[in-house]
Design a protein around this ligand. Structure first.
Ligand SMILES: NC(=O)c1ccc[n+]([C@@H]2O[C@H](COP(=O)([O-])OP(=O)(O)OC[C@H]3O[C@@H](n4cnc5c(N)ncnc54)[C@H](O)[C@@H]3O)[C@@H](O)[C@H]2O)c1
Length: 364
C-alpha cells in the first residue's frame, strides 16, 4: 500500500456563517458558549439511538451541568417528515421555548436536517448547533446549510438554507455507529475524492479497514472539500451541483426502495453508491470519462456495498421519481458527471435509453 502525506488539519473550518470545529477545541468553545449564554432554555434533540449511545458521551464532555430539555424522535429516514417536526415544535412550545432558546441537534443526518429545519422555522428562527454522530452527517450533512424533511417518499422536498451557530465534530461518537452506517458515510467521502481530489480518492480506495480511529483526518479532508465547493456557490447555481454526483439516480433509488414494502430500505450511502457507478457509466458515454477508471470505480464500490437487484421495470419508476428532483427543471433530468477524476461537469442530460444501459452495466 502507498504511503500518503498526512492531511494538514486545523481545529476549525470556517463555513459561510458557521464554523465546523473538531475534537477538544469544539468542546472548549461549546463550554464557553454555554457558560456565558443568555439562552432562555436549552433543548437537545436526539433520536432513540443517539439518546441511548451518544447522550452520555456528550454530557460527559461538558464541564458543568446544564439543564437540557431532551426531545427524542424515532430513528430513521421514515421519520424525517413534517409530522415529526410538528411534534418537536409542539414539545419546544409546551416546554416554554421562545426566541432566545437554543437547540442542539445530536444525531445523524436525520436529526441535523430535521432539527435545523425546526430551529429555522420555530418562531421564525432560533439558534442551533449541530453535533453530527454518524459518519455521513459528519462529512456531509454537517456543512452547507441545507435543512429540511422529506415529503412522503420525496427526499428533502421541503426545507430551507440556514446555518447552525457551530458544528462540533468528535469521532468518539462513531464508536457506537453500526458498520453498515459507517460504510454509508464512506460513500460520500468517496464522492468527495471523485469530484475534487484524486489523491484522496486513491487513499480511500486503498484503505484496508474502515475503522473510526483511522478516520479523523479523512473526515477533515471531506469537510474541507465540501466547504470549498459550497463557499464558491452557496445556493447551487453552478459549481455546487458537483456534490450531486451519484445523487440524481441515487436519491431516486433511495426513494423507490423506501416506498416499496417488499424492498429492504437502502441506506443513503448504499443508494448513492449505485448512483455513482451508474453515473460514472453515463460519464463514459457522454463526457469522455476513461473506461478503465469506470471499471476501477465499480470494483471499489462493489468491495464495500452489497449488490442490489433492480429490474428495468423498476428503473422506469425510478426515472419517474427523478422528475421530482429539485435539481431538475422543465421536465429534463440533469446530471453532474465526471470528465475524469476531479474534473466534474454539470447540467448534462441523459436519455432513458442510456440510463437503462447504465443499469445494465451496474448489474453486469
Ligand atoms: N443537509 C445535508 O447537506 C445532507 C447531506 C447528506 C445527507 N443528508 C441527509 O442525512 C440523512 C442521512 O444521514 P444518516 O446516515 O446520518 O442517517 P440517520 O440520521 O438516520 O442515522 C443513521 C442511523 O444511525 C443511528 N446513529 C447515528 N449516530 C449514531 C451513533 N453514534 N451510534 C449509534 N447509532 C447512531 C441513527 O439513529 C440511525 O438509526 C438523510 O436524510 C440525508 O438526506 C443531508
Amino acid at each position: 500500500m502507498r504511503k500518503y502525506k498526512p492531511i494538514r488539519m486545523s481545529a476549525t473550518i470556517f463555513s459561510n456563517d458557521s464554523r465546523v470545529i473538531f475534537d477538544d477545541q469544539a468542546y472548549v468553545e461549546l463550554n464557553n458558549l454555554l457558560a456565558n449564554h443568555r439562552y432562555s432554555k436549552l433543548f437537545l434533540l436526539v433520536d432513540q439511538n443517539t439518546h441511548q449511545y451518544c447522550l452520555r458521551v456528550f454530557l460527559g464532555k461538558l464541564d458543568k451541568v446544564h439543564e437540557f430539555e431532551i426531545i427524542e424522535i424515532p430513528a430513521g429516514e421514515a421519520h424525517k417528515q413534517i409530522e415529526t417536526c410538528t411534534q418537536v415544535w409542539s414539545a419546544i412550545s409546551e416546554l416554554g421555548g421562545d426566541r432566545k432558546s437554543l437547540l442542539i441537534n445530536l444525531g445523524g443526518g436525520v436529526v441535523t436536517d430535521l432539527g435545523g429545519f425546526v430551529a429555522a422555522t420555530y418562531m421564525r428562527g432560533i439558534e442551533f448547533i449541530n453535533i453530527p454522530t454518524s459518519l455521513l452527517s459528519m462529512v456531509d450533512a454537517s456543512v452547507g446549510g441545507k435543512t429540511g424533511v422529506d415529503l412522503g417518499a420525496l427526499k428533502n422536498q421541503v426545507g430551507v438554507f440556514t446555518e447552525p451557530l457551530m458544528v462540533l465534530i468528535d469521532i468518539e461518537y462513531l464508536n457506537s455507529l453500526p458498520a453498515n452506517e459507517l460504510r454509508s458515510g464512506l460513500a460520500e467521502m468517496l464522492k468527495h475524492g471523485l469530484i475534487r481530489d484524486k489523491i484522496y480518492w486513491d487513499r480511500l480506495s486503498e484503505m484496508d479497514k474502515l475503522e473510526p480511529s483511522a478516520l479523523q483526518e479523512l473526515i477533515y479532508r471531506s469537510v474541507e472539500i465540501k466547504n470549498q465547493v459550497i463557499k464558491e456557490d452557496p445556493k447551487e447555481s453552478g459549481l455546487r451541483k458537483i456534490l450531486n454526483f451519484g445523487h440524481t439516480l441515487g436519491h431516486a433509488i433511495e426513494s423507490y426502495f423506501l416506498e416499496q414494502p417488499d424492498k429492504t430500505t437502502l441506506l443513503h450511502g448504499e443508494a448513492i453508491a449505485i448512483g455513482m457507478v451508474m453515473e460514472s457509466y453515463l460519464s463514459v458515454k457522454l463526457t469522455g470519462f476513461p473506461e478503465e477508471t469506470l471499471e476501477q470505480i465499480k470494483a471499489v464500490f462493489a468491495n464495500y456495498y452489497p449488490y442490489q437487484e433492480i429490474s428495468s421495470k423498476e428503473l422506469d419508476s425510478i426515472i419517474e421519481l427523478m422528475r421530482f428532483d429539485k435539481k431538475n427543471n422543465s421536465g429534463k433530468v440533469n446530471f453532474a458527471l465526471l470528465q475524469d477524476i476531479a474534473k466534474p461537469i454539470w447540467d448534462i442530460n441523459a436519455d432513458n435509453e442510456l440510463i437503462n444501459k447504465a443499469l445494465e452495466y451496474y448489474k453486469k
